[in-house]
Design a protein around this ligand. Structure first.
Ligand SMILES: NC(=O)C1=CN([C@@H]2O[C@H](COP(=O)(O)OP(=O)(O)OC[C@H]3O[C@@H](n4cnc5c(N)ncnc54)[C@H](OP(=O)(O)O)[C@@H]3O)[C@@H](O)[C@H]2O)C=CC1
Ligand SMILES: CC(=O)N[C@@H](CCC(=O)OP(=O)(O)O)C(=O)O
Length: 314
């Protein structure tokens, strides 16, 4: 029997990528609304109720509305927005951290934000293992491709063709802070500096660590060893070994879709400082790839089915 899937927001950046990845998969039947209906409450409600799994690729308010429209039905929901990531009754859809069993049995799964995916992939296992302190004010510097801002930011970067770099979140209240703090169990929200560069997709999330000043932190070698062990079984997360660290990390303007994530641990010669760095695709493991991974797990399928795990895949 096939699983009926409704992507609410299928015409948007994240929704289109999910639709492309699901196309041709015979485990699924897609419920599709035409352009005249896709924003109307009644057809959306019907599609939400008819679906076995609904994937919300909507702004936060519309995602809350979709959950209300589906209420009372058995429909399982994967929400790609930030509306429910720290909400009661929702399972955080980061299988490597949350555990696959919790996702497999959940009705409501909140897909992680793109920046938190990089931050939590790095810091989550290390604070859990007690190798980094919970009560440290972490900082996060990150760059994203402009597709991270959805159609509106894509249009802006394409129309105003001369924007090379955009720093934002300057009010220090970015919507991803809550999930970074909550999921890692940190005492403080990180100081977060997000930015956008003139590339369609891809992101680098960088967590600097002044190790020698951090009570309760260990050496970079231990951090790398812990991450390597933690992700040993993963086909999605790769920890690059200290012997194999590139001396520059690049985003390419024309990068293809990629659902993996690479983690790096850099340190200074005297071991006093380190940088934890995650490189991922904001639309891959940062959004659509993660949604597909969660969908696979919820449907009892191998978690990497349909994922693009080689850098060269389109
Ligand atoms: N882009 C990314 O890298 C990531 C995005 N996300 C999250 O995923 C969600 C979708 O983002 P993204 O795809 O980038 O955004 P887009 O703006 O590209 O797409 C959103 C889509 O939702 C549609 N929409 C808006 N309101 C309604 C409504 N009331 N009913 C039905 N459809 C509606 C929009 O239609 P229209 O354009 O006609 O208004 C559009 O097609 C957001 O919550 C975003 O934060 C999460 C991780 C990464
Ligand atoms: C470049 C850019 O604008 N990025 C988005 C985050 C994309 C993302 O992860 O979105 P959600 O958390 O809403 O799902 C932002 O900073 O708001």
């Amino acid at each position: 029997m096939t699983t009926r899937i409704f992507i609410d927001g299928a015409a948007g950046t994240t929704g289109l990528e999910i639709r492309d990845r699901l196309r041709g998969r015979n485990e699924f039947d897609l419920i599709v609304l035409d352009d005249a209906q896709r924003k109307q409450a009644e057809p959306r409600k019907q599609a939400l109720v008819d679906a076995d799994v609904a994937i919300l690729c909507l702004p936060d308010d519309a995602a809350r509305e979709a959950v209300a429209l589906a209420s009372g039905s058995d429909t399982r929901i994967i929400d790609a927005s930030s509306a429910h990531r720290v909400a009661e009754g929702w399972t955080y859809g980061f299988p490597e951290l949350t555990g696959r069993d919790a996702i497999a049995s959940a009705q409501y799964v909140a897909n992680p934000g793109c920046y938190p995916t990089g931050f939590l992939a790095l810091v989550g296992p290390l604070v859990k293992a007690g190798l980094l302190p919970l009560d440290w004010p972490y900082t996060v510097n990150a760059v994203s491709g402009y597709s991270g801002g959805g159609n509106a930011l894509i249009d802006r970067f394409c129309d105003e063709g001369d924007i090379a770099y955009r720093a934002y979140g300057l009010g220090l209240g970015h919507k991803h802070l809550a999930e970074m703090q909550h999921v890692a169990g940190l005492a403080y929200p990180p100081v977060f500096s997000p930015s956008v560069v003139h590339a369609h997709r891809g992101m680098v999330v960088d967590v600097p660590l002044p190790l020698s000043a951090m009570t309760g932190a260990t050496s970079a070698a231990f951090l790398e060893g812990e991450l390597t062990g933690f992700y040993e079984e993963s086909e999605i997360v790769t920890v690059r070994s200290a012997a194999d660290l590139p001396n520059e990390l690049l985003l390419r303007e024309g990068a293809k879709a990629w659902d993996g994530i690479d983690l790096f641990v850099y340190d200074s010669q005297d071991g006093a400082q380190a940088r934890l760095v995650a490189v991922l695709d904001n639309l891959g493991k940062g959004a659509s790839g993660a949604a597909i991974q969660n969908l696979n797990i919820m449907c009892g399928l191998p978690e990497t089915t349909g994922l693009a795990l080689s850098h060269a895949e389109a």
